[in-house]
Design a protein around this ligand. Structure first.
Ligand code: BTN
Length: 266
């Protein structure tokens, strides 16, 4: 553990004191892969993998997710929710709300959750991506064996490649002074426990919990076939409600995009 950066070394100690199953490493391929392998060999609910840097970090749709050493938080948690596989989609929002509450404490600008998996920051009228969530699950018959919730947060990063420069941001770029990834990880984990408990108790409230922080509520979106509508919040099953003229339609992730491109997810 000696090659760990000081902030993550302190985090590893704190997790050990809390008796949380945790693997905090300096370098890995992808924390989601590590968490999945650990889950397959029996990791309990709440087990967490954190890395200083990932060599093959990935996002949704097979995109690469870059985590340069010392500059971002890469964290994956094993969950064993007792829900049917069909009830899983809102988990990305549950994780997004948890990450939002941890980063929002460090920023004066509002942080919003963009359905289904992004955290966006308003930088002088431009919505830029601060963090992303990648949920991957294993289904065993009719039940969920485990879910891996991966969260990547741009922390100290100030330089992005040209193709991301106008789409991405970080806590440092947004003026945060507390860039300690260890305390951020602990706060994300605490918030995730709270959001999961609230969702488990009352899954139907996910829409109202998201509403005050919803990045696309009231915004123009395009459904398949370029049908234009207005985002109208989230259903308990995690689908986006879209008002098209007088009709309310419901869309899964991947079936809808913002009418004006503001992030790499469109
Ligand atoms: C996205 O925006 O498409 C999701 C990005 C998720 C990145 C995180 S970093 C920790 C975990 N490990 C990965 O390989 N991906 C997730």
């Amino acid at each position: 553990m000696s090659d760990l950066s000081p902030d993550l070394a302190r985090c590893a100690e704190a997790l050990a004191q809390r008796r949380r199953d945790a693997r905090v490493v300096a370098r890995t391929g992808s924390t989601n892969d590590d968490a999945r392998a650990w889950a397959q060999s029996g990791a309990p609910h709440g087990a967490v993998v954190i890395a200083d840097t990932q060599e093959r970090g990935r996002g949704r749709h097979g995109r690469a997710w870059s985590s340069p050493p010392g500059e971002s938080l890469a964290l994956s948690v094993v969950l064993r929710p007792r829900v049917a596989p069909t009830a899983l989609p809102p988990i990305a929002l549950v994780a997004g709300l948890a990450a939002r509450s941890a980063v929002a404490r460090r920023l004066s600008a509002p942080v919003a959750v963009k359905w289904p998996n992004d955290l966006l920051l308003d930088e002088r009228g431009h919505l830029r991506k601060l963090a992303g969530v990648l949920v991957e699950g294993a289904i065993a018959g009719m039940r969920v064996d485990h879910v891996v919730v991966g969260i990547g947060i741009n922390v100290a990063r100030t330089e992005f490649p040209p193709e991301l420069a106008h789409l991405a941001t970080s806590l440092a770029r947004a003026g945060a002074t507390d860039l300690d990834r260890g305390s951020l990880a602990l706060e994300v984990l605490d918030a995730l426990d709270e959001e999961l408990a609230a969702w488990t108790l009352a899954p139907e409230t996910i829409g109202s919990r998201l509403r005050p922080h919803d990045a696309i509520l009231g915004r123009a979106v395009l459904l398949e076939g370029d049908v234009r509508g207005i985002a109208d919040g989230i259903d308990p099953d995690g689908r986006l409600r879209v008002r098209v003229d007088d009709e309310l339609r419901r869309a899964h992730a991947g079936e809808v995009r913002l009418a004006r491109v503001t992030t790499d997810d469109g």
